[in-house]
Design a protein around this ligand. Structure first.
Ligand code: FEO
Length: 168
């Protein structure tokens, strides 16, 4: 079992992960609007991973005999000033999510919930990867600047992103 505090915190994280998916889907729509379909593909893949993150917690809550209670998903931002601004937002958002995961780990430790702490370690590692990916892409987009031919090349690269399975 997880206690009520842990149950509430895990439910909040399900919401945060689904919101992340919503945010990246909104960024995908922004990139479609400015004719960067490859960037949009990258965001779609990202969104789908976020929904899987939410489901991973959803399934864990059920396995621990607790209840999933879904709340409203906040409306995401819909416009960005540039591809660079969007990817700066990705990195800052992922840093925020890292903070949320760290808070969950702190709570699991405080509540002596070793199983949940162990479960959360997957997310701790995942956030290292999420921030690493965001920093790498941000650097590329920053280097491209206003150079449309480099942006086009990046667009082609991002069009090739496919989804990894969550259990890798
Ligand atoms: Fe679910 Fe992008 O962290």
């Amino acid at each position: 079992m997880v206690n009520e505090k842990m149950e509430a915190a895990l439910n909040a994280q399900i919401n945060a992960e689904i919101y992340s998916g919503y945010l990246y889907l909104s960024m995908a729509s922004y990139f479609e609007d400015i004719d960067l379909a490859g960037f949009a593909n990258w965001m779609r893949v990202q969104a789908s991973e976020e929904l899987e993150h939410g489901m991973k917690i959803y399934d864990y809550v059920i396995r621990r005999g607790a209840s999933v209670t879904l709340e409203a998903i906040e409306k995401p931002q819909t416009e960005w000033d540039s591809p660079l601004a969007a990817f700066e937002h990705v990195l800052s958002h992922e840093k925020t999510v890292t903070g949320l995961i760290n808070n969950l780990v702190d709570l699991a430790i405080a509540e002596k919930d070793h199983a949940t702490n162990n479960f959360l370690q997957w997310f701790v590692e995942e956030q290292v990867e999420e921030e690493e990916n965001a920093m790498e892409i941000l650097a590329k987009v920053r280097l491209a600047g206003d150079n449309n031919s480099i942006l086009y090349t990046l667009n082609e690269e991002f069009a090739g992103r496919v989804r990894n399975t969550i259990n890798e």
